[in-house]
Ligand binder design. Structure first.
Ligand SMILES: Nc1nc2c(ncn2[C@@H]2O[C@H](COP(=O)(O)OP(=O)(O)OP(=O)(O)O)[C@@H](O)[C@H]2O)c(=O)[nH]1
Ligand code: SF4
Ligand SMILES: [Mg+2]
Length: 438
């Protein structure tokens, strides 16, 4: 299934600013509870939809950032983590509420964090009609109240701004147009295997080991298959018995190798030769030996991280170099973007740690699975992060992780890079070559 690149919008601000009212206006239904009770929204509310003129979007409604209490602190942490992964941070400010409070701590926090994390900021003044009546008593005008709020913007000239009454449905069109005009430079969708031609066949090597789920292929494999068919690329699927392929018995290994080569040659013998063999990363040891040098070779994990990283794997290529500097006292974090059953020879918990331990006995290997990823302070404990292909997270989420890593000064590489590195520099170069990487 191809994955949809969604524009991620996050709604931030102080309690009762009208964040959930904006969420409901955008989704045109009661997605979030709206109430005058302070702290109504406790957790992130996420809604996925298609908005005409914006395309596919994910909208995140967050808790007010100014709730004092331990629980408020937890809500704030979660809301700020969401800010790291949005394309546009929509800061909702009730200018009258903000002016009368005499302080702008929340707005300052949102604006400065958006700037620090490189997220686009857009300011939405929520003009709650009844609030305007309370302003004259202060002696200030509405224009002055708004100007007061703008003082927190690090880049005033380039921060888009709109004033609207969010509880009025007719303002919907204006708000959507405003968001559309605030969106950052269009991100080109990244093709899965951009270097392929539609003529020559591709062989997908899928060993289906004990960890493979029954009844379906893994997501990167399914995505590759869909992509190849869509591009009219002839594709062959092949399963090797890895136990035989790695057998100490020369005879068993030879039989398994010949079976594979027979299939490959049949595909290669067609008028146009095989243009790529793409394998599960964990079988790169076998494929690097068996696939003739003249046939390009890469791995699903590298293909996947290239797309999740927006077509730029340079950071991962740089990060793999850190493996040359690992020692027995190093600490490495293995990160996977999903939770799945971890059985038998699981790559993240068994295979990579085993290979690291063999080279650097006593090395410390920790794990981060699923949606949770350590903050920058915790990441400083690590010399290197080895990340899976990230097929279950968005480009924005990966970019947020990379942001934390660069803040912590910790390099990142990926399963496909690491497993190829274990096989030696020639193999690493070989799997990167189709991507025109050095
Ligand atoms: N008249 C008017 N009332 C509004 C407007 N926006 C919000 N309100 C009211 O303000 C109160 C708070 O609105 P919410 O949208 O729940 O505010 P919130 O920012 O999500 O608040 P928390 O989730 O508690 O942080 C509700 O009583 C809304 O009806 C508006 O544009 N006009
Ligand atoms: S998110 Fe990572 S570990 Fe999970 S299926 Fe995708 S590539 Fe594999
Ligand atoms: Mg709310």
């Amino acid at each position: 299934m191809p994955r949809v690149d969604r524009l991620v919008l996050g709604i931030f601000g102080r309690i009762n600013a009208g964040k959930s009212t904006l969420m409901n206006l955008l989704t045109q239904q009661e997605t979030s509870i709206v109430d005058s009770q302070p702290g109504t929204t406790a957790d992130i509310k996420s809604s996925v939809m298609e908005i005409h003129s914006l395309g596919p979007v994910r909208i995140l409604d967050t808790a007010g950032l100014d709730e004092a209490s331990d629980l408020g602190g937890k809500k704030r942490k979660k809301a700020l983590a969401a800010l790291e992964e949005v394309d546009i941070a929509l800061m909702v400010v009730d200018p009258v509420q903000a002016f009368l409070s005499g302080q702008l701590e929340v707005e300052e926090l949102v604006a400065s964090m958006a700037a620090r994390k490189g997220r686009k900021l857009a300011l939405i003044f929520n003009m709650k009609s009844e609030c305007e009546n309370s302003l004259p008593a202060s002696g200030a005008t509405l224009a002055e109240a708004k100007e007061f709020c703008r003082t927190v913007l690090p880049d005033r000239k380039n921060t888009p701004e709109i004033s609207a009454n969010l509880s009025v449905k007719k303002d919907y069109v204006n708000i959507v147009e405003f968001i559309a005009s605030s969106r950052p430079e269009e991100m080109e969708p990244v093709p899965l295997l951009p270097f392929l031609n539609p003529r020559n066949p591709v062989l997908m090597h899928i060993p289906l080991d004990a960890e493979s789920p029954t009844g379906r292929l893994l997501r990167p494999q399914e995505m590759a298959m869909e992509y190849l068919l869509r591009m009219m690329v002839p594709v062959g699927l092949y399963r090797t018995d890895l136990a035989l392929a790695r057998s100490n018995s020369k005879m068993l290994e030879k039989r398994e190798r010949e079976r594979f080569l027979e299939f490959l040659t049949a595909m290669d013998d067609s008028e146009s030769g095989v243009q790529l063999v793409i394998t599960d990363s964990q079988a790169i040891d076998v494929m690097a030996r068996w696939v003739p040098e003249n046939i390009p070779l890469t791995t699903f994990s590298i293909m996947m991280i290239n797309q999740t990283a927006g077509g730029d794997m340079s950071l991962f290529a740089k990060g793999v170099d850190e493996m040359n500097r690992l020692t027995q006292s190093s600490r490495v974090l293995i990160a996977e973007a999903c939770n799945h059953d971890r059985i038998a020879e699981d790559i993240g918990t068994v295979q990579i740690p085993g290979k690291l331990e063999k080279l650097f006995p006593g090395i410390t290997v920790d794990h981060a699975f699923g949606r949770e990823f350590p903050d920058a302070e915790k990441l400083q404990d690590y010399q290197l992060v080895i990340h899976c292909g990230g097929c279950m997270i968005s480009r924005q989420k990966l970019s947020a992780r990379i942001g934390r890593l660069s803040e912590a000064g910790v390099p990142i590489t990926n399963y496909g890079f690491a497993l190829s590195w274990f096989e030696g520099p020639e193999v690493l170069l070989r799997v990167l070559k189709p991507w025109r990487m050095k």
